[in-house]
Design a protein around this ligand. Structure first.
Ligand SMILES: *[C@@H]1O[C@H](CO)[C@@H](O)[C@H](O)[C@H]1NC(C)=O
Ligand SMILES: *[C@@H]1O[C@H](CO)[C@@H](O)[C@H](O)[C@H]1NC(C)=O
Ligand SMILES: *[C@@H]1O[C@H](CO)[C@@H](O)[C@H](O)[C@H]1NC(C)=O
Ligand SMILES: *[C@@H]1O[C@H](CO)[C@@H](O)[C@H](O)[C@H]1NC(C)=O
Ligand SMILES: *[C@@H]1O[C@H](CO)[C@@H](O)[C@H](O)[C@H]1NC(C)=O
Ligand SMILES: *[C@@H]1O[C@H](CO)[C@@H](O)[C@H](O)[C@H]1NC(C)=O
Length: 471
């Protein structure tokens, strides 16, 4: 009690000392100033940087040659181009430079956050999450990192994860409350599962080998399964039909279950002595290494157990490489869903979209949340939330995002040379979208003329079929 009141008495003095201390008295700064190699700059607060002789941004000589954002009128919402210099929150006559250090790497990747287009307005929540920002769980035989509702709160229907398995390693036997969908990002693997009527399934999977499109798979809710990498290892994008994927009661591991059931019960269940289960793992490994390599790619049938119930009626694997492209003016798309071509996938519809350099997935919206995953390339997208609000995002490979149901959006490939490849995912039995161009082309023309003040000659040029991707 006495000690507490002494501390209370000293606190104002302590605070005063801290507030008046010069940055030059700071031990970290002193050490830094003693160094000769000033090329090595520790991350210091602005005051410390000044004290240490590091030039701060506002002391930087002003380059008179060009406006830093490179936007010459009219400003029609184009991306601010900082022409190789540090991005600043400046656009035309608005904004002002940073006085304290910003995270320049993140600013450079997100110019539309730093200097948003003038068409952005209101408060739209963050709709982007980079897998690179996710915590990675390193395990013997691989790793996993997730984007769940705590990372990307607007995504309530879908969560995602990247899973890596070393050659021959397994994702252990498990099942989920929710459906699981997978896209093979790299390598080769094998899945095995049993449905509620005892019908079984085993199949090989391959990633984008030799330039072909990869395989996808789907496990209905509850269906127990395992995934094993073959000799080249395996990396998968996993999608789950619930944003709150880490909630208790969502994932169930076989070894975890047995480790938390009285052993005499386990023994009676399997009709063996209790000693048989003396050496099962006490904690679930999640990923584990294999002691014997599995048969090679293409030899899955060698591992199949004869099943008196037979095979599942609808395959769990879909080979995108065997699907025809839906060709568009600016690229192509391949759609997979339970109504069209992948009957088992009743809770997840998907589209693999290829956008040529400078081309664009057209202005559209959906009847379900769209979960986005950038496979490669760079994209720019604006989410229109209604009520005069909109926000623009910049995406790179490995980024995830969400366009909530009904939000109008587009995705433009920002590269003049590289294609943009991404996945659209929906918790829905069928892929569905609405095209802005098709809508306007098929409305009574006077309605459009009066609203947008454009001529019928212009409207006549709007295609009446969906473009999907415009050049
Ligand atoms: C820095 O340079 C001076 C002069 O060259 C030298 O005497 C001193 O030892 C150097 N200090 C360190 C820490 O390298
Ligand atoms: C940005 O500006 C520089 C210098 O004017 C130009 O060379 C470059 O092409 C511009 N980049 C984009 C993406 O417009
Ligand atoms: C990929 O191409 C190489 C070289 O043509 C070939 O040896 C290999 O079998 C191919 N892999 C697959 C999975 O088709
Ligand atoms: C259990 O152990 C006993 C004694 O060792 C043996 O007689 C019995 O056959 C075993 N039962 C099973 C199911 O293995
Ligand atoms: C792909 O297109 C070709 C040529 O039009 C056709 O013969 C083939 O049946 C199509 N394949 C699928 C899987 O639809
Ligand atoms: C339509 O645009 C023209 C200019 O192209 C303008 O003169 C006219 O006032 C506009 N009409 C309406 C109703 O805004």
């Amino acid at each position: 009690m006495a000690r507490l009141s002494l501390l209370t008495a000293l606190l104002p003095i302590l605070c005063a000392v801290l507030a008046t201390a010069s940055p030059l008295d700071d031990e970290q700064v002193k050490q830094f100033m003693k160094r000769n190699n000033t090329g090595v700059k520790p991350l210091l607060h602005l005051a410390r940087r000044e004290a240490a002789g590091v030039k701060t941004r506002h002391l930087r000589p002003i380059v008179e040659t060009a406006k830093r954002d490179s936007i010459t009128g009219p400003d029609v919402g184009q991306v601010a181009n900082f022409t190789g210099s540090t991005p600043e929150p400046e656009r035309g006559a608005n904004g002002a430079s940073f006085l304290s250090p910003s995270n320049t790497g993140i600013d450079e990747e997100n110019p539309d956050n730093v200097a948003p287009p003038t068409t952005d307005a209101g408060v739209v929540p963050n709709l982007k999450w980079s897998m690179a920002q996710s915590h990675t769980r390193l395990l013997k035989g691989g790793w996993v990192r997730e984007t769940v509702i705590t990372d990307l709160p607007p995504s309530k229907d879908i969560a995602g994860a990247e899973l890596r398995l070393a050659p021959n390693a397994y994702r252990e036997l498990h099942w989920h409350r929710v459906a699981e969908w997978g896209y093979i990002l790299g390598g080769t693997g094998r899945i095995a599962a049993v449905d509620s009527s005892g019908k079984s399934y085993i199949s090989d999977l391959k990633g984008p080998i030799n330039g072909s499109d990869p395989d996808i798979y789907y496990f209905p809710p509850g269906v127990p399964h395992s995934i094993q990498a073959l000799d080249s290892g395996l990396e998968i994008l996993l999608i789950f039909t619930d944003g709150n994927f880490d909630a208790l009661g969502t994932t169930f591991m076989m070894s975890d279950w047995l480790a938390h059931t009285p052993v005499d019960i386990v023994a009676q269940n399997f009709g063996v002595n209790t000693s048989v289960f003396a050496n099962i793992p006490k904690t679930d490994p999640y990923i584990l290494e294999s002691t014997v390599p599995p048969p090679q790619l293409g030899d899955a049938s060698q591992q199949a157990i004869p099943d008196p119930q037979g095979e599942v009626p609808n395959p769990y694997v879909f080979h995108i490489s065997q699907q025809n492209k839906t060709v568009a003016p600016g690229g192509w798309a391949k759609i997979q869903d339970s109504v069209t071509n992948f009957p088992v996938s009743t809770m997840l519809a998907s589209a693999l979209v290829y956008v040529e350099p400078n081309a664009m997935r057209e202005l559209h919206w959906h009847t379900a949340d769209e979960w986005l995953y950038i496979v490669s390339g760079t994209g720019r997208a604006t989410a229109f939330a209604g009520s005069a609000t909109a926000r623009t995002f910049d995406f790179q490979a490995g980024d995830t995002g969400v366009f909530p149901v009904s939000y109008g959006h587009y995705i433009k490939n920002m590269s003049p040379t590289e294609p943009l490849i991404f996945l659209e995912l929906f918790k829905a039995p069928q892929f569905a979208d609405f095209s802005a161009t098709q809508w306007l082309a098929l409305m009574p023309q006077q309605v459009v003329i009066d609203l947008l003040n454009i001529s019928s000659e212009v409207i006549d040029t709007f295609p009446k079929t969906k473009q999907i991707i415009v050049a």
